[in-house]
Write a protein that binds this ligand. Structure first.
Ligand SMILES: Cc1ncc(COP(=O)(O)O)c(C=O)c1O
Length: 398
């Protein structure tokens, strides 16, 4: 048996999670089963008591789901991972396992809309207070911590403004204040190929695997990654009892298949994104390009320090009012107007009317999301074709 710990990323993404199976199938089979047989009542009892290894019921664990979990844990450099039915399932299971009524969360002021809504509208109803601060301002992060803070939560790059947060610096501040604070990083925009928050000092990584991890736009899923004891707690409480947001064996199979090509997909997403970002940066109809690979972008230096490459996501600000911008986007022929990201297809969306539509206009302003902001997930098409599509769609704006 090869020691995968010593192998590179590509070898891990292909071989991690593989175990012998009865038929000797190269590709791990799909265990499409809700429950597992016990030889006797006593054996069932021993498994429930944790005295004997073995599967019990697929809300607790499933062999196909385990394959995807082991791959994600290996790629993020975590002791263990837990698959969930959605990215929001991972985020809510990790958070509900970490806080009780009266606790506080310090979170970045730019987050995926539903994560913000979960904390600001949902968890608030149960006595958990979230304070949102600009994580580019490290003094503000420090000032927001109190003895009640149990979680520090961030995305980097953030959805949708691509703000880059210095993960190592934030983790050092949080742990310097109180080593028990759990630093949770949503690594969806980067993927573990480009950035590994656990190595930068974070305690937990969460993912919407719907995006780059699966990469093919045919699954909704999530993962929580971290120390084995915490992942065990999330499995037996946050997932089993609190959310029930279990990853299905078939979706886990698709994710395990998608993960085998994560590195080459990310390389192409990044190469395409750089070309498109440069084109849009020089386009007279574009006011600003938010892309961590452009030298004049605020987060450029930190991204260079903590990411292998700047990623496949960007946002732009058009020199147009909301209706004119919408009319230009409606002219796109190759690029698709759709939410989600990390797929083979280039996807374009308008955060203020789509992903962040739960925000009030004050909340949009506080998060730096203007009415003219357009988010683009650069796909795997030929970059010349993506550029030509934006060129024809934006021609009427200048
Ligand atoms: C950064 C980020 N985190 C979490 C989520 C939620 O993931 P899911 O849609 O898989 O629940 C999303 C969805 O777009 C996202 O962009």
């Amino acid at each position: 048996m090869i020691d995968l710990e010593k192998c590179g990323f590509a070898t891990k993404q292909i071989h991690a999670g593989k175990h012998e199976n009865a038929a000797g199938a190269l590709t791990p089979p799909i265990y499409q089963t809700s429950t597992f047989e016990f030889a006797s009542v006593e054996e069932g009892g021993r498994r429930f008591a944790g005295q004997e290894a073995g599967f019990i019921y697929s809300r607790l664990s499933n062999p196909t789901v385990n394959v995807a979990e082991e791959k994600v844990a290996a790629l993020e450099g975590g002791e263990a991972a837990l698959g969930t039915a959605a990215g929001m399932g991972a985020i809510s299971a990790a958070l509900w396992t970490s806080v009780v009524s009266g606790d506080e969360i310090v979170a970045s002021d730019t987050l995926y809309g539903c994560t913000f809504s979960l904390m600001n509208h949902g968890m608030a109803k149960f006595g958990v207070k979230a304070t949102f601060v600009d994580f580019a301002d490290l003094d503000a992060v420090k000032a927001a911590l109190t003895e009640k803070t149990k979680v520090v939560y961030l995305e980097s790059p953030c959805n949708p403004t691509l703000k880059v947060v210095d993960i190592a610096a934030v983790a050092a501040i949080a742990h310097g204040y109180n080593p028990a604070i759990r630093v949770i990083v949503d690594n969806t925009f980067a993927s573990p190929y480009l950035q590994q928050p656990l190595k930068l000092g974070a305690d937990v990584v969460v993912h919407s695997a719907t995006k780059y991890l699966n990469g093919h736009g045919d699954v909704i899923a999530g993962f929580v990654v971290g120390k084995a004891d915490f992942i065990g707690e999330v499995r037996s409480f946050g997932l089993k009892d609190m959310t029930g947001a279990v990853l299905s064996p078939f979706d886990a199979f698709l994710i395990a298949r998608g993960l085998k090509t994560l590195d080459i997909r990310m390389e192409k997403h990044c190469a395409n994104a750089m070309k498109v970002a440069q084109f849009l940066h020089d386009h007279p109809a574009v006011d600003k390009v938010y892309y961590p690979g452009l030298e004049d972008f605020e987060g450029y230096e930190i991204a260079k320090k903590q990411m292998k490459k700047p990623g496949g996501m960007m946002s732009i600000e058009l020199k147009a009012d909301r209706d004119t911008a919408a009319a230009a986007l409606n002219k796109l022929k190759l690029c698709t107007i759709a939410v989600s990201l990390g797929d083979a297809e280039t996807l374009v969306e308008h955060p203020a009317t789509m992903t962040h539509s739960t925000y009030t206009s004050e909340e949009l302003k506080a998060s730096g999301i203007s009415e003219g902001l357009v988010r683009i997930s650069i796909g795997l098409e030929d970059p010349e074709d993506i550029i030509a599509d934006f060129e024809q769609a934006f021609a009427g704006l200048v």
